[in-house]
Design a protein around this ligand. Structure first.
Ligand code: SF4
Length: 394
């Protein structure tokens, strides 16, 4: 199986913390769509005929486009699907990829709450989008102003209601914790609101101060309180506790769902399943190499006019693959199994890795069951550090 990610690099305005590639100017929207169609046609060979089971429209702000404009990037002709599949019509990419086998699909659309109007939801009807990820971030207007989001808390609540009223249930909301403008009490209110909405999936991330963002500038100039690590740890613990109470699985450190509602697309990333990234700044992985398109919209469009995307590529070494596996698998509820990649890594010393893992078990950061290691709740606070201790150095 494989996934396709489409990066939509436009936003109404830039959020203060954001370091994703996106532009507030929308003047290249038309040429961008044409370029995307060309890239879908030109890059199908990258997945070597692997069946695609997820498509994810992310950004940026995909909801700045009409749903039909995004769906039309793919060939609307249905392809025969797995027997018994009752999911929406299976899209097949245009051009060379037309014959790519496609099975029952998860097709996710990221939405900004201010775009989800009655009219927009009506436009979704009849399209094949079947999962929605809403960038809520907070239910406090004060936080939303601090983050420079372009929606209000009321619009976020309204967006969830409109989607649910239209019969969509596979909805995820994104939240951010550890916001300096906010208190633990507000975070508790955010969680209570989130779990009361009846959405089956919540992603929650600690606010990160990325270099060269307005947030970094605000903190450096003392126009904002710094981000408090202590507050972030408290709020993360509160999140894990509330999720458990509401029967949500923490299937990845930042991702919580009711059973059966995990994001297949993102889970595939963490399991090392190949994916093709389309659009400026998008990354691809096919089990052998990693590619990333240039983070420049004009150059991206120019490249596609000349016949191919401008990208860089690296061939992954066995140690790099192992380290990525350690980094991502440890964050999931399926855990890290050092011997899993043994066939590729004959030269590596597994006893050494097991010894290092055992020392984390002794210190209470991990548990072990049948040779698979899992982070404990306290280990989850240090996931990156633990994973990096397990890395193989070349
Ligand atoms: S909407 Fe998302 S991609 Fe756009 S600026 Fe805000 S955080 Fe970045």
């Amino acid at each position: 199986m494989a996934g396709i990610y489409i990066h939509i690099p436009f936003c109404r305005r830039k959020c203060h913390y954001c370091n994703f590639f996106s532009l507030a100017s929308q003047k290249l929207k038309g040429p961008f769509l044409q370029a995307i169609k060309k890239e879908i046609a030109a890059t199908q060979g990258y997945l070597a005929g692997e069946p695609v089971n997820t498509i994810y429209f992310g950004g940026g702000t995909p909801s700045l486009f009409r749903p039909s404009e995004l769906q039309d990037l793919f060939d609307p002709t249905p392809v025969p699907s797995r027997p018994g599949n009752t999911s929406p019509p299976d899209p097949s990419p245009r051009g060379e990829g037309r014959n790519m086998p496609v099975f029952s699909m998860e097709i996710t659309l990221e939405l900004n709450p201010e775009d989800v109007t009655e009219d927009y939801v009506a436009q979704l009807k009849g399209t094949w989008f079947n999962r929605f990820s809403l960038g809520v971030q907070s239910f406090s207007d004060e936080d939303l102003v601090y983050l420079n989001r372009s929606h209000s808390a009321g619009q976020a609540l309204q967006a969830v209601k409109l989607l649910q009223r239209a019969g969509y249930e596979n909805i995820s909301i994104d939240l951010i914790y550890g916001i300096p403008s906010s208190s633990g009490k507000q975070w508790q209110k955010n969680l209570e609101t989130a779990f009361s909405l009846g959405v089956p999936h919540i992603s929650a991330y600690a606010l990160t101060v990325e270099p060269k963002t307005p947030l970094a500038w605000m903190i450096a100039k003392q126009k904002s309180e710094p981000v408090s690590e202590v507050a972030q740890i408290d709020q993360f613990n509160m999140l894990m506790e509330k999720a458990k109470k509401h029967g949500f699985l923490q299937y990845e450190i930042s991702n919580f769902c009711q059973p059966g509602y995990h994001a297949v697309h993102n889970t595939n990333y963490w399991n090392g399943i190949p994916y093709l990234g389309i659009g400026p700044s998008a990354h691809s992985y096919n089990g052998t190499s990693r590619r990333w398109n240039m983070s420049n919209l004009s150059k991206y469009i120019e490249g596609m006019d000349k016949g191919g995307p401008n990208y860089e590529e690296e061939i992954l070494t066995p140690a790099q693959k192992f380290n990525e596996y350690a980094m991502t698998s440890l964050r999931t509820m399926w855990g890290f199994e050092p011997g899993k990649m043994n066939y590729e890594l004959k030269i590596m010393n597994y006893e050494l890795i097991r010894k290092r893992a055992a020392s984390f078990v002794e210190r209470g950061f991990m548990t072990e069951q049948d040779g698979v290691y899992f982070l404990t709740d306290s280990g989850k606070l240090f996931a990156d550090q633990v994973a990096s201790e397990l890395f193989i150095l070349e």
